[in-house]
Design a protein around this ligand. Structure first.
Ligand code: DAH
Length: 345
C-alpha cells in the first residue's frame, strides 16, 4: 500500500468503528510494529541517503497524520462516553429517597440489655466469662465432680481432652468471680452469655443458646431474698399481675435448690396450652449457694451465704413474644426481626 491508499483505508476504517477499543485496534493496525505505516519504512534500507531523507520526512508526515486522525476519533469517543455516563448518573434531587432496609438488634440481645438495666438498678454488675472453659470451673468447682450423674443432663462439647470444654452453662462465672475477689466482699453479679450443649437442633433445642446467671454473695441471705428478686424480674418481664412460686428441685451448686415458676401470663393461672394446664410456667433454676461452692470460691461458708439463679434467655423471649421455634432467633431475616420491634412498642 502506498501513502494515499493507507490514508484512504484509514478513513474508511474510522467510519466503521464505534468504540475506544476499536480505535486502539486501528492504532496497532497502522502504527504498530507490524502496522501498515511501519511496513513502509522496511524498504528504506535500499535507498540512497538523500532519498531516505525525503521518504523519511514523508513517512513521518504520514505517521503524524494517522496519529492525529486516530486521536481525533479517540477524543470524540471519550467525550461521547463521558456524556453518556453523565446522562445516566444525572441526579434528580426532587425524587423521593430510597429507603434502605435497616436492621434491628437481635431480640435476645435486647432482652439481655433490658435485664442488665433492671439488675444494675438493684446494684448488680455485669460480668462475662470465657466460652471455652475449663472443666474445673464448669463442673468441678461447682460441686459436680467427674462421674457425677448431674453432668449427664448437660451433654458437653469437650475440646481436645476432658479438661477443656465449651461451657454448658454460665454458672462457671460464679466461681471465677468469687475467686477473683481479693478482699472477700459481698458480690452481686449477672452473667449473660452463650452456652453450648450437644443437642440436636429442633424447635425447642439448640446446640448453642443463651443463659443469664445471677449470683449474690452476702451475709444473712435467705430464700426470701431470692424470692423478692425473682418477683421483680417476673413482674418486669411479664406484667404486674404475675405471681411467683418456688418448686423444690436439685442442682449440685445450690442447697436448697428450686425451680422458678411464674403464674401463666396467658390464662392468669386457670390453665391453658402454654402452661400445659398447670397455671404455672418454669423460667429458670435457682437456690442458696452450696457451702462447698462458697468454699471453692474462697468464701468462708460459716460467714457468707447467698443465692444463685440461671435463666434461659431464649425461653424467656419465646414466652414473652409468643415464639414457638427457637431457631427463629438465629435467622437474620429482617422481616422476622422487625416484627419484634413492632411487638415491642
Ligand atoms: N446452670 C443451670 C443450668 O444450666 C441453671 C441454674 C440453676 C443456675 C440453678 C444457677 C442455679 O445458678 O442456682 O441448668
Amino acid at each position: 500500500m502506498n501513502k494515499e491508499e493507507i490514508i484512504n483505508s484509514l478513513l474508511s476504517d474510522i467510519k466503521s468503528i464505534k468504540t475506544i477499543k476499536e480505535v486502539n485496534d486501528l492504532k496497532v493496525k497502522y502504527l504498530g510494529k507490524k502496522g501498515l505505516v511501519t511496513s513502509l519504512t522496511k524498504n528504506m534500507r535500499d535507498l540512497s541517503e538523500d532519498e531516505r531523507r525525503l521518504v523519511g520526512k514523508d513517512l513521518n508526515e504520514l505517521k503524524q497524520q494517522v496519529t492525529e486522525k486516530l486521536d481525533e476519533v479517540l477524543i470524540r469517543f471519550q467525550e461521547e462516553e463521558l456524556n453518556k455516563k453523565l446522562e445516566m448518573e444525572k441526579i434528580d434531587v426532587t425524587l423521593p429517597g430510597i429507603s434502605l432496609p435497616i436492621g434491628s438488634p437481635n431480640i435476645l440481645e435486647k432482652l439481655i440489655e433490658d435485664l442488665e438495666e433492671l439488675f444494675m438498678g438493684m446494684g448488680y454488675d455485669v460480668k462475662e466469662g470465657p466460652e471455652v472453659e475449663e472443666d474445673l470451673y464448669n463442673f468441678e468447682l461447682l460441686n459436680l465432680p467427674k462421674g457425677h450423674p448431674a453432668r449427664d443432663a448437660q451433654d458437653t462439647f469437650y475440646t481436645k481432652d476432658d479438661t477443656l470444654l465449651l461451657r454448658s452453662q454460665t454458672s462457671p462465672v460464679q466461681v471465677r468471680t468469687m475467686l477473683s475477689m481479693e478482699n472477700k466482699e459481698a458480690i452481686r453479679i449477672i452473667c449473660p452469655g452463650k452456652v453450648y450443649r450437644r443437642d440436636d437442633d429442633d424447635a425447642t433445642h439448640s446446640h448453642q443458646f443463651t443463659q443469664m446467671e445471677g449470683l449474690l454473695v452476702d451475709k444473712d441471705i435467705s430464700l426470701a431474698d431470692l424470692k423478692g428478686t425473682f418477683d421483680i424480674v417476673a413482674k418486669h418481664l411479664f406484667g404486674n399481675d404475675r405471681e411467683t412460686r418456688f418448686r423444690p428441685s436439685f442442682y449440685p451448686f445450690t442447697e436448697p435448690s428450686v425451680e422458678l415458676d411464674i403464674s401463666c401470663f396467658n390464662c392468669g393461672g386457670k390453665g391453658c396450652h402454654i402452661c400445659k394446664g398447670t397455671g404455672w410456667i418454669t423460667v429458670g433454676g435457682a437456690g442458696l449457694i452450696h457451702p462447698k461452692v462458697l468454699e471453692n470460691g474462697g468464701y468462708d461458708s460459716n460467714i457468707w451465704g447467698g443465692f444463685a439463679f440461671g435463666f434461659g434467655i431464649e425461653r424467656l423471649a419465646m414466652l414473652k413474644y409468643g415464639i414457638t421455634d427457637v431457631r427463629t432467633f438465629y435467622t437474620t431475616d429482617l422481616r422476622v426481626m422487625n416484627t419484634f420491634d413492632r411487638r415491642e412498642s
